[in-house]
Design a binder for this molecule. Structure first.
Ligand code: DGL
Length: 271
């Protein structure tokens, strides 16, 4: 750790992991909000999707991913995958000395702040819904909240395949939106990394009176605040770098990933 103008400077990179390319929506927000930081991203593409898997299996994969990032000497780990954070965040935090944060809590906090009628919807993978992580996080912040969590098993794989404007995606989205509209929620957490990519479609389906909470955006805000408090930020004013590891085919990661990151992806190493 160095110092500039009396402020501590930590030049190590921030580690980010996800079940595949979806966490790039979180990385995108981090690159926008924290452009002076370096990031290293691990996408467990060989094991995508996590959503239909048993929670114990998702936990095992999350431990492998976190260990890989610890091996790269990162200063902080962001669990950018809702399914992994839901299944394993407390266990990861208890097992590693590197600080670890995950996507569930920031989204839950933002939803509690946003809801006026205290009726909150959650759209997520089956694993995330089964874990009750969002339900617990929301109710620990406001025990009087009514929470409606809907599993959307078709959405993430369809969005990942690339055609985010197709009728198939719209039909899959309608299936998840319908029970939430019926429950008269006023706030909905997009509890899966892929869903921010279909925000315009969801806005139209929910209508103007429902607030959508983007977990990726909330996560990036929390990471920024955390680094200031812990004094582990990099030097302000510099332009940070970002690099990638994938457990599956690096070429495929690069092609699909750039669409989700909305920034160029230069090199992907196999991990
Ligand atoms: N990253 C995963 C999540 O946010 C995407 C879906 C999956 O792996 O099933 O839950």
């Amino acid at each position: 750790m160095n110092e500039t103008e009396g402020r501590p400077v930590d030049r190590r990179a921030v580690g980010v992991f996800d079940s595949g390319v979806g966490g790039l929506t979180v990385l995108h927000e981090c690159l926008v909000q924290l452009p002076h930081e370096d990031f290293v991203y691990f996408g467990d593409t060989a094991n995508f999707p996590y959503g239909p898997k048993q929670l114990s299996e998702v936990r095992r994969l999350a431990f492998r991913a976190a260990s890989a990032l610890v091996g790269l000497a990162v200063k902080l780990i962001i669990v950018a995958c809702n399914s992994a954070a839901a299944a394993a965040l407390p266990q990861l935090q208890a097992s590693f000395s590197t600080p670890i944060v995950g996507v569930v809590t920031p989204g839950a906090r933002a939803a509690v702040q946003a809801t006026s009628g205290r009726r909150v919807g959650v759209m997520a993978t089956e694993a995330t819904v089964r874990s009750n992580a969002y339900q617990n996080a929301l109710q620990s912040l406001d025990a009087g909240l009514e929470v409606f969590a809907v599993p959307c098993p078709r959405l993430a794989p369809l969005i990942q395949n690339g055609d985010v404007f197709s009728e198939e995606v719209e039909n899959a989205a309608r299936e998840c939106v319908a029970p939430l509209k019926e429950a008269k929620v006023d706030t909905v957490i997009l509890g899966c990394t892929h869903y921010p990519l279909i925000t315009p479609m969801l806005r139209r389906l929910f209508g103007p009176h429902v607030t959508l909470i983007n977990s990726a955006e909330e996560m990036a805000k929390e990471v920024g605040e955390l680094m200031i408090r812990k004094g582990i930020g990099n030097e302000e004013g510099r332009e940070g770098d970002y690099r990638f590891y994938a457990s599956g085919d690096p070429g495929e990661f690069k092609e699909v990933g750039a669409r989700i990151l909305q920034l160029p992806i230069r090199e992907v190493s196999r991990a």
